[in-house]
Design a protein around this ligand. Sequence first.
Ligand code: ATP
Ligand code: MG
Length: 701
Amino acid sequence: FNTLDRKYNIRLNSEQREAVRHGEGPALILAGPGSGKTTVITARAAFLIKEAGIRPQNILTLTFNKAAQQEMEKRFGRLYGSDISEKVHFATLHSFCNRVVREYERMKGRKLQRIEGSEQETGKHKLLKDIYLKINNSRINDDELENLINEIGLVKNSLIKEFEGLGFNTKRFPQVYRAYEDYKKSNLLIDFDDMLTYAFSILTKYPRLLAYYRNKYTYIQVDEAQDLSKIQFELIRLLSAESGNVFIVADDDQSIYGFRGAEPQYILDFEKQFGQCSIYRLERNYRSAGNIVRLSSSFIRQNKNRYDKNHAAVNASGKEPETVKTRSQREQLKFILDKLEEGGNSSGDIPFHTAVLYRNNLSSILVADLLERNGIGFKIRQNKLHFFRHWLVQEITAFLHFALNPRDVEAFSKIYYRMNRYISKAMLECALSGSGNRPVIDCIMDGIELKPFQLEGLQAVKLEFAQLAEKRPWNALEYIKNNFKYLESVKEYCGLMGISCEYNYRLFEILQEIAYNCSSIVGFLDRLAELDRLFEGNNAAACAGGGAAVTLSTLHSSKGLEYDCVFMIDLINSELPGDKLLEKAVELKDMSVLEEERRLFYVGMTRARQELYLVYPSASNHENLQASVFISEVCRLFNNELEKGFSEGAGVIHKKFGQGSIVSMEPNSMTARVRFKDGQVRTLDLRICIENRMIMFEDIH
Ligand code: ATP
Ligand code: MG
């Protein structure tokens, strides 16, 4: 411990210490994951207060999302006590802008209404759905809605004024965008992204307000600055222009919000933007086991568009990171469970923190289901997921409700046209006008004139639902799929609406997997309601069972955080890399469009302290899946790493033949002659040995 370290209760290396001691003027820290960037930012705030006599309230530390802000605040509070930590302002860019806007509104005595995204029926989502429907005459699905929201965010963040020549994925994006903006304007509404542009224009228009903030925050620090967008960057420049005290921390390899307008180039051009500045580099990774550091750094080196950095591992090698191919979703879950039950943690009472990371929120449902069923404590870090409100889920539950209760006319009305049983609107109306005490089908048969074949058909439907009620839930869903041709009807519907049906297939599969673990239909319906509550509960729904040992998070929101053990799941093409980008890469024969996807994969890998599992299922219920191209890259890198060990004299341990050493390698191949302890020299194809886990190399690195 150095005296400075002791004073600040934190262990720093000499490079970090130098950065912490940075006083006035602009500074840039450019460094890889786990090198202590966030550590330095917090320590520097303490240093400014304790050594340079700066008042805590003059320091503004900005970061990207709420979780990162809270994490930093917590770390700071723990190290330096609440008396000073309460006065240092840790904020997200959005919360800071919100404060500016509020201040302005207070001055003006006028308040704009905030619209939030999460209220499905009232907020931004509903508004955008309605606008989209009106303009395109077709409905938008959840995936497309998310994309639309991102595209609106991109326009705002990049200050795009002219849409001509820009490719947006949303149908008639410019019209939808303008209708949305007009609606907000005439109803005095403001959304999440408006907060940034609005705050910026307030600060540029009201010099007194700007002066107030410039005087107040004479030291500005920004973490995760690689994800700053144009508007955010401009804001920071505006705020810090007078003092020039801006301390920026970034890793261009972790820039993952390009699709919403992040522009790491600003950071790389920092000197151009801010004039002469101090640049600090931190080159030692304190987070991850040596082999995780080496694998992830060779992985990211495949990106062309980046600044190369040194990543020396401080920690010794631990467990080899693993790529894990499973035959199905179900096996993927089983793998996670087995590993968790194995306990991973050898150090006894220290809690072993595990994260399950994925690209898409949908991946969290079955994992949450699994953990909850097994009494493993977990928390979900994400926005509310409206899976259980989706029409497909509603329809499937309506099928089952109707099977359980043939009088349930409401359930019947949701699905009569999905049964492929020639049930007409007139029949439905007849049923709706019935008393409600009689079975729906009986009402219809008595209520309208029907041809014999129609009567026969209805009798058959009645029987089918009675049989459905007796089935186990998984079989019931299989029956709905095969006999009522449910998915075919969904496919047709999606075709008509011009929406993707892949998403809906996926929802169906998730439902069926939940059903697999339920023994009765009633049990299944209860289970869905239970899961719905879990997801709707709050952002960090912790469930019973020994605290939150497992965190479920998207790769995007895992940025900046660390866990002892990381599972990255659903690593298939179409998921990561996403299908649109993959198509584009193939079409343009240009792999550089996948660089942001590779960075996202990298962010995931670099969250792990000790164990890293890269998991993917090779099939879903209805098709074979392709492993992510990044999985093959990782496997290739593994082999390259290993090849370094394939030199004369290198020691090996073979499962059958025991210890040995390489006598010679055949040129340009993986065939080796190895002398074993029994004196025999054997010729082995090392690649096959590795694939079958027959061989280990002594001290590869
Ligand atoms: P990311 O890019 O993922 O945000 P980072 O550069 O911000 O990573 P930190 O989160 O600050 O890295 O640090 C990673 C881990 O290394 C933390 O657990 C931190 O406590 C630890 N650490 C940082 N510096 C040192 C050091 N000098 N000695 C020991 N541990 C350290
Ligand atoms: Mg960090």
